[in-house]
Design a binder for this molecule. Structure first.
Ligand code: URA
Ligand code: CA
Length: 434
């Protein structure tokens, strides 16, 4: 086989075989296939697409390129959740203990990454004492004992994807549905999931800005998952405004605690109950998603959800007392209210701009080596559809610098207030099963 022939085959819209795809991925990972040929291949896929069979082969080939996590010593069906990313997405922090509370094992390995805030493990590190560097043996033990553990990524998962994603990033070939779908699914499968619930976000703060693109991506991932023997479904959810109220690391821990106690923001609670009910159903702990939802609501109401969160924190060295005293979390020196300049209704909140504002305060990493400030971030007081009076706080800025004028101006640019009443946004647009 020669790479040039395979590029031509793809360029001409023909279907590549499993052997062809393995040749490309193995050759590229080893360094036998140079970047310039792989770039041409990516561009050919960008223009001609891939069949379902091709994307399934690509997924498995990338999955096989590195270490795989063996979760088989964990009892039960391991259901993982993946979100395509948004602003202030606190769902994992709520979902992990929530579904564990009804007996679904959650074995989550999480990266730190770039973004508006840190990743889930960064957020958890705001709990005093909490440890994320845990070896595989202990990780499995923790899940078997508590049903939930969240640890930092160790080992070398999907190096082919890492290299290929990096190349796509600089060759204008990221935005290819089969390549995105295979990239995400290869990582989920290498991480040991038996079943997968996907939260595909759409809107101004999402990776997929428009609904049709989000839906196409959701179908592509669900088809790959089911084709390679992992039961997979997707929820398409709104990301036209940040999820919940909090954007920040310690601030989102507090928001997760509130939600697990039953008093968090309505949209965050609703999305967690929806995703959670599908996880519980796929884990075969309920006869239907509706029954699963009732079970989850019950664990919030009777305190089991927050109890599970406490046990999870202590098992990883964290001080569970934070649950009753959130002042133990890192706290910013300054809190600045941004007040509405007029009466009306909130009609728009530009999500990714607010996210970027949180990042400039220090809540997220702009580059791989940036330091995160766990205390800082933004808390929204008004969401789309809310009525506001002049002088009402729109958001609070939590900062460790006194002068936040620039962030205040950014916030004003993000909020649009109109005179006419505005409907609340739909949160869940669709559920995709095939
Ligand atoms: N996220 C991924 O993990 N991979 C892609 O290709 C795009 C987004
Ligand atoms: Ca949030």
């Amino acid at each position: 086989m020669r790479m040039v022939d395979l590029i031509q085959k793809k360029r001409d819209g023909k279907e590549l075989s499993k052997e062809n795809i393995d040749f490309i991925i193995q050759g590229y990972t080893k360094g036998d296939i140079p970047d310039y040929q792989m770039s041409a291949f990516a561009m050919a896929v960008f223009f001609t697409g891939m069949t379902q069979a091709e994307s399934a082969h690509l997924t498995l080939s990338m999955m096989e390129s590195g270490d795989k996590i063996d979760l088989s010593p964990i009892e039960g069906i391991k259901v993982d959740k993946h979100s395509t990313g948004g602003v202030g997405d606190t769902t994992t922090l709520v979902l992990a203990p929530l579904v564990a509370a009804v007996g679904v094992p959650v074995a989550k390995m999480s990266g730190r990454g770039l973004g508006h805030t840190g990743g889930t493990i960064d957020k958890l590190e705001s709990v005093p004492g909490f440890k994320v560097e845990i070896d595989n043996k202990k990780f499995i033990e923790l899940v078997n004992t508590n049903k939930v553990a969240v640890v930092g990524q160790s080992g070398n998962l999907t190096p082919a994807d890492k290299k290929f994603y990096g190349l796509r990033d600089v060759t204008a070939t990221v935005e290819s549905i089969p390549l995105i779908a295979s990239s995400i699914m290869s990582k989920k499968i290498a991480a040991g999931a038996d079943a997968i619930v996907l939260d595909v976000k759409t809107g101004s703060g999402a990776f997929m800005k428009d609904f049709e693109g989000a839906r196409e991506l959701a179908h592509a991932m669900v088809k790959i998952g089911n084709k390679v023997g992992r039961k997979t479904m997707a929820v398409i959810s709104d990301m036209n405004q940040p999820l919940g109220f909090a954007i920040g690391n310690a601030l989102e821990i507090k928001e997760a605690i509130d939600t697990l106690k039953g008093s968090g923001p309505e949209d965050l609670r609703e999305l967690c109950l929806t995703l959670g009910s599908h996880m519980v159903y796929l884990a075969k702990k309920a006869e239907s998603p509706e029954e699963a939802r009732r079970m989850l609501e019950e664990t919030i109401a009777n305190g089991k959800a927050i109890e599970t969160f406490k046990n999870f924190l202590s098992a990883q060295g964290g001080d569970a007392a934070v649950v009753n005293d959130t002042s133990m979390l890192p706290t910013a020196k300054f809190v600045t209210e941004v007040q509405s300049k007029e009466d009306g209704y909130v009609s728009e909140i530009v999500a990714d701009e607010i996210g970027t504002a949180a990042m400039t305060l220090g809540a997220g990493r702009a580059t791989k080596d940036s330091e995160i400030d766990l205390a800082v971030g933004i808390v929204l007081h008004k969401k789309i559809g809310d009525i506001v009076k002049k002088g009402d706080p729109l958001v609070s800025i939590h900062s460790n610098q006194e002068n936040v004028n620039e962030v205040v101006n950014r916030i004003y640019d993000c909020y649009t207030i109109t005179k006419q009443p505005v409907d609340k946004r739909t949160l869940i647009y669709d559920e995709i099963r095939e």
